[in-house]
Structures are given as C-alpha cells and as structure tokens.
Write a protein that binds this ligand. Structure first.
Ligand code: UD1
Ligand code: UDP
Length: 375
C-alpha cells in the first residue's frame, strides 16, 4: 500500500449521501485521505445539494454530471466517467453504497482496473430480479473486496452465494447513524406550520418503478393512497420519478392531500417523526420509521429489509390492502417496535466501517472480531 493511501467514495443518488456521511466522518477522524466523486445521477438541488448541507458532507472532488437516461445510457455514461476519474486519481480503495446504478458502474470499472472496493449495505436481497436494484446488489456484492452488512440475514445471504466470510463485516447501519446525528434537530412543528397541515397527519413517498412507471400500477396505487387521505390528512413529498405519472392518475393537491417537492433530509425526517403513519416504497424510509417507532406501510410485494418487519414497525401491503391496513395502524396508535431493535443499529456504524477500512489500508489481518462489529 502507498504511503498515504487514497479512498474515494462514489455517490450518485439521494440515499447514498445519507449512508456515506457517517463513513466519511469516521475516516476523517482516523486521518485517512479521501474524496467524494459525485456521479450526478441525482442533480436537482432538492435531491442532492440539500443533503450535502444537511449532512455536513464535504464538497465532491469531482462531479461527473451523468444525469438521467435509460439504464443503458446512464450506466454507460457512468462507466466512461468513472473510469477516467479512477485512472487519473489512482485510488487505493473505492467505497460504494447501496444499490443504485452509480454503485453498479463504480464496481464494474474498479473490477476491470484492478482497484479494490468496499460495499456498504452488502447482502440485502429482495429475491426479485425485476427490481433494477436487485441486479445491482448481486453484481456489486459478487465483485466487492470488503462487504459491510447492516443485518445478520444479509451475512447469511452472502454466505449462501459463496462470498468468503473473511470479506464480510457486520457493522450495523450507517443510515441510522445519520438519523441519530440529526435527531436533536428533528422538530415536526415548524415543518407542519410551513406546509399548513394539521398536527395529525400521514406522509407518503412513492418512487419504485413497479409502482409509478405504468399508468395501470400508478392508478391502482393512487386510488389506495387517496383512500388513506380520506382517513387522515396526507403529505406527499414527490420524488421526481413519480411526479408526472402519479399526477396524471389523480395524485394532486386536494382538501386532504398536500403534494410538495422532495423535502430536505432534516425537514423530511422531522415530518416523519411527527407522523401518525408513513406509506412508502422507499428502502431507507422503512429503516428510519423502524428506529423512530412510526407505523410504516410499505406498498411492495417484498422487501430486502425484512428486519424492519421482524424487529420494527414495517408491514408490507398490496395497494388493495392499503386502506384497511392504514385504518388499523391509525386506530392502533403509536407503534412500538415488535421486539428488540436491529443489532448494531446504534449510531456507531460509520466509525466501525472506518476502523475496518483503516486496518485494511495498513494491510492488517482483519480478525473475526472485526467481522462481527467488535473492532
Ligand atoms: C434511483 C435508484 C433507486 C433509488 C432512488 C433513490 C437506480 C436504478 N435507481 O432511482 O434505487 O431508490 O434513486 O431516490 O439507480 N430525476 C430528476 N431529478 C433528479 C434525478 C432524477 O428529475 O435529480 C428524474 C428524471 O426524470 C429521471 C428519473 O427521475 O429519469 C429517475 O432518476 P434515476 O436516477 O434514473 O432513478 P430513480 O428513480 O431516481
Ligand atoms: N428523504 C428525504 N426527503 C424526501 C424523501 C426521502 O430526505 O422527500 C430521505 C429519507 O429520509 C432517506 C432517503 O431520503 O434518508 C431515502 O431515499 P429514497 O427513498 O429516495 O431511496 P431508497 O432508500 O428507496 O433507495
């Protein structure tokens, strides 16, 4: 390893920023030389800049500006842009996050250039290859050198796919580190006042292609969501992906529906913290509601985060089942998580990942203790 090794983080989409912030902070505290490469997959200020500000992330050393496109066009632009950056910067390790196209592209480029990689949030599986994210997860995990898992079942999936245990590390959930760090600033009152909604409300976020891309699926979903809105005032911070399609089938401003632009991280989590109910198809929001003890109905046939169902407040629902499930959740009142909260979701995952990375950079042998979050 070089004298002063360089770590690059590849970030492209909203959830990446939330997961990376604690890792960047952890590495900073250990004096590791590092930089952020922003691919530009998400580029609207409300999908990107606001997260750098809210999370205290340092400015990227490069922004590739790849923007939107079909999977092939976007991934191709990512491959070309990332290869140029890595060839110029010669990183000793590249860290990728989650399951977005930027993650997939970075791992492919590194594999071909022989650059070692680490994957944060390894081993999640929905077992639904119709989801673009599932394809990205499988490829990313199969090519990563260090795999950081957020939950024990992720480790078992990696083992079943033949990933050597020596590469895997159970570290907890850095997205929850960010939530813990933001907790003192999470106050629903000013957001509720600004949005002009009553103090008892529900929040919905929807952006999965299977839910919002086709007019048929979007219509079925929106009918169910409007039924929820008939039960409780509903705020919908609208992801750009669903904006046009959901509006076309009727998810528009109404007496009980407030449709707004995507919210910044602190504003959004403030709203979630004060909500009586959250309806979502987001991956991260399933985890955040579990930690905040807010009832969450996930409108999907599966989840790659089953721990939020077994140890948290999350329930999977079909669009047809959503209204009744919402009615029950609202009458049952505040949910207490079903049992113990997920292991190591304690706000210390970023430092854990940083310690493993720093040891790895020094060429130290990583012990079984580090693999179980005890380093
Ligand atoms: C991506 C990820 C998804 C993740 C989500 C988080 C992939 C394959 N999908 O989905 O896993 O859950 O981010 O939010 O990587 N758009 C804008 N402004 C932006 C960004 C996007 O208007 O700043 C619009 C464009 O019309 C674009 C569409 O949103 O075509 C989809 O963006 P894209 O990055 O391809 O995927 P997401 O649906 O955001
Ligand atoms: N989020 C946000 N504003 C919003 C909606 C979501 O700050 O209007 C945050 C949310 O708290 C979580 C992250 O964005 O930290 C999740 O991103 P998203 O749902 O886009 O992606 P996914 O987790 O489904 O991949």
């Amino acid at each position: 390893m070089r004298e002063n090794p360089l770590v690059l983080h590849v970030l492209g989409a909203r959830p990446n920023f939330v997961k990376a912030a604690p890792v960047v902070r952890g590495l900073d505290e250990l004096g590791v030389r590092q930089g952020i490469i922003h691919t530009g997959q998400h580029y609207d200020a409300l999908m990107s800049d606001v997260f750098f500000a809210d999370l205290g992330l340092p400015s990227p050393v490069a922004n590739l500006g790849v923007g939107s496109g079909t999977h092939a066009k976007q991934t191709a632009a990512l491959l070309v842009g990332l290869e140029e950056v890595f060839m110029a910067q010669e990183p000793d390790l590249v860290i990728v996050y989650g399951d977005v196209n930027s993650t997939l592209a970075a791992i492919l480029v590194c594999a071909k250039l022989g650059v070692p990689t680490a994957h944060v949030e390894a081993g999640l599986r929905s077992f639904d290859r119709g989801m673009p994210e599932e394809v990205n997860r499988i490829v990313t995990d199969s090519l990563s050198d260090l795999l950081f898992a957020t939950s024990p079942e992720a480790l078992s999936y990696l083992a079943a796919e033949g990933v050597p245990a020596a590469k895997t590390h159970l570290v907890g959930n850095p997205m929850i580190d960010s939530l813990f760090a933001a907790l003192p600033s999470l106050d629903p009152a000013p957001v509720v006042e600004r949005l002009g909604i009553p103090s008892r409300y529900a929040v919905a976020t929807l952006h999965r292609p299977a839910n919002v891309d086709s007019p048929e699926a979007a219509l079925e979903l929106v009918s169910a969501v409007l039924d929820v809105a008939a039960q409780i005032p509903l705020v919908v911070p609208m992801h750009p992906r669903g904006r046009a399609q959901l509006a076309a089938v009727g998810l528009v401003e109404g007496p009980n529906v407030k449709v707004v632009d995507p919210l910044g991280y602190v504003d959004f989590l403030s709203l979630v913290r004060g909500a009586a109910l959250v309806v979502t198809d987001s991956g991260g929001v399933q985890e955040e509601t579990t930690m905040l003890g807010v009832p969450c109905l996930t409108v999907r046939p599966n989840t790659e985060r089953p721990i939020t169902v077994t140890h948290g407040t999350n329930k999977l629902v079909t669009p047809a089942g959503l209204p009744a499930a919402a009615s029950k959740a609202l009458s049952d009142g505040a949910a207490t998580p079903a049992g113990e909260l997920p292991v190591l979701w304690d706000g210390a995952s970023g430092p854990r990942i940083a310690r493993v990375v720093a040891s790895w950079l020094k060429g130290e042998n990583l012990s079984p203790a580090s693999r179980n979050g005890r380093l």
